[in-house]
Design a protein around this ligand. Sequence first.
Ligand code: HEM
Length: 508
Amino acid sequence: MKHRRLFVALTFASSLLVATANAGQLTRDNGALVGDNQNSQTAGAEGPVLLQDVHLIQKLQRFDRERIPERVVHARGAGAYGVFTASETLTDISQATLFTAGKQTPVFVRFSSVVHGNHSPETLRDPRGFATKFYTEQGNWDLVGNNFPTFFIRDAIKFPDMVHAFKPDPDKNYGTNRTLFDFFQHVPEATRTLTLLFSNEGTPASYREMDGSSVHAYKLVNADGQYRYVKFSWKSQQGVRNHDPRQAQTVQGQDFNHMSRDLITAIDAGNFPRWDLYLQVLEAEQLAKFDFDPLDATKIWPEELIPSRRIGSMELNRNPANIFQETEQVAMAPGNLIPGIEPSEDRLLQGRLFSYADTQMYRLGANHQQLPINRAKAEVNSNNQDGAMNSGARVGEVNYEPSTLQPRPQAASARYSNLPLDGMTQQRRIAREQNFRQAGELYRSFDRKKQQDLVQQLGSALGEADVAARQTMLSYFYKADAGYGEALTRVAKGDLSQVRALAQALVD
Ligand code: HEM
């Protein structure tokens, strides 16, 4: 032990010495000084470049490897550090200690658009990601949400198909409304979220002026193992501001990085954006009492039925210094949960629990949780080991459990809660689909200008769909609200009597 300490001290001291010797001069990755960064080493004045110019070779090799796989969705994003301050103590419903009044927890937030690639215009119509990593004393908790409070689908098995339909067509490398609605004519549960997407909510003015939502229900679990279902939402203290179609076009012509630029500029100027975190709570026995399924991610929990309360606030106050190492390498995953916060049975969330960690092992590698941006502030003491780029802190001879040599007890308090179950395995749609009602309520909540912008945008997009797909889609919006459906049918040049007949056959 003494020897190791001495070795560490010596290595550290000598690294300091070398750093001093280099004094800010250009080096290679091994720390050796570079003699000439302008001219390759050549065989004489006329001869070829020499392979022995290791600086040149390294420079080209490293450049050739600068890209890692882009996120398969949410590729374009902007991140910032900050702090979450709890305003309520929730020990009665959760053993997660970050929910202790006055307690501060450091966070990293990454906002993003969804469909379009890295460096794509931020003016494009899209839902926006709102993902928060809380570095709590009990481990990292990631609340990976969106600005929209609902999602297009309710079952993870549809996600790859949905993303394919949204992304550029494989034979063209640009997206078309023909394939988009060819898919969505089979997905009536998307009616509410498509309404949001084609409204001005689909083109937010800035990340600072955007709300956020967990979309899914999670479970909060207390020390007695009792659980309740909850939804989280962020409310912007800056208010919500969206672009209408004309403004979006104008901004796109001027600065299509407007959302990243706004966030970075505001934080640099000390104008720190803030959000309040709200919680809605349902007892398990209340789940059956609604005419919709509260664990269906295509639904909101209406405030008038399930009021929310403020449980804390967040301030973002520091920009990343290295976008790649921080914003690009951050790995937000709904499976990063801590004792006291568990997933609900929401079928979409259940698929996400697998998908994020899986893609991050591919995108960043098996040891991505050791990267500084992802590393837990709580001690990590697992037996997971080795793998590419391992810089973890596991030491000693015991890399298994149980062990008498190095006992590492489990915490009974961290056991998952118990869910009562009966019945058979099955592959069926949920019982309370109610695909259209909340879409109609949303449409009616918009003012006239917002309704007109929506009808114009969605109606002209539907006009590009094949006739049968267009008629089916129009019947969904008609079923949500007859006035909405009629207005869309006019813009999309659909057949209103057929739309009415199709809508009549739909069940809400
Ligand atoms: C089954 C449905 C879904 C699947 C399979 C899925 C899958 C993914 C994947 C693979 C990524 C890339 C992650 C990475 O490379 O780090 C991602 C990113 C993201 N997803 Fe989803 N997603 C789903 C639904 C949702 C929903 C419902 C929301 C919102 C509640 C959401 C919000 C996000 C956000 C915010 C990011 C970006 C995280 C970041 O900034 O790094 N996704 N999703």
